[in-house]
Design a protein around this ligand. Structure first.
Ligand code: IDP
Ligand code: MG
Length: 148
């Protein structure tokens, strides 16, 4: 089991795609273990995107992610990090395949609706950053229907 950090970015919230995105994750079989809506501070946005600090798009990215509410989530499942990245699709919405979240809803590389952790270490870092008080530990009755 893995837990991954997923965040609906300000464009996804402003466009009313919160329910749509959550439904896709639920339908897939991932288990929701953390959820909150917040307007990110500069501090948390800079910590989240620290790896991109030297990139030319960095300051625009910080401005964007702090421009309004985001929906911060934690989702658990077998290989949840990869499963979520596959649901999300590649960074550039114009190149993302239909059927993926970015492929279905995004036309831009920066405004691309959603973030998903890209590896185990990143997931741990991001979950601790956005959910410093921890996440819900619960077992789902339907788990035995989802996994063999
Ligand atoms: P990812 O979200 O698909 O993992 P990353 O390369 O980690 O993509 O970039 C993080 C975020 O930075 C992207 O989701 C996107 O919002 C933004 N971004 C990445 N590359 C560009 C760019 O070339 N121009 C503008 N924004 C970018
Ligand atoms: Mg990334």
């Amino acid at each position: 089991m893995q837990t991954t950090y997923i965040m609906i970015k300000p464009d996804g919230v402003q466009r009313g795609l919160v329910g749509e995105v959550i439904t896709r994750f639920e339908n897939k079989g991932l288990r929701l273990v953390g959820l909150k809506q917040i307007i990110p501070s500069n501090e948390i946005a800079e910590a989240h995107y620290a790896v991109h600090k030297e990139r030319p798009f960095y300051s625009g990215l910080i401005d964007f992610i702090t421009s309004g509410p985001v929906v911060a989530m934690a989702w658990t499942g077998v290989e949840a990090i990869k499963v979520a990245r596959n649901l999300i699709g590649p960074t550039n919405g114009r190149e993302a395949a239909p059927g993926t979240i970015r492929g279905d809803f995004a036309m831009d590389i920066g405004h691309n609706i959603i973030h998903g952790s890209d590896g185990e270490e990143t997931a741990k870092y991001e979950l601790e950053l956005w959910f410093p008080d921890g996440i819900a530990e619960w077992q789902r009755d339907a788990e035995s229907q989802i996994y063999e």
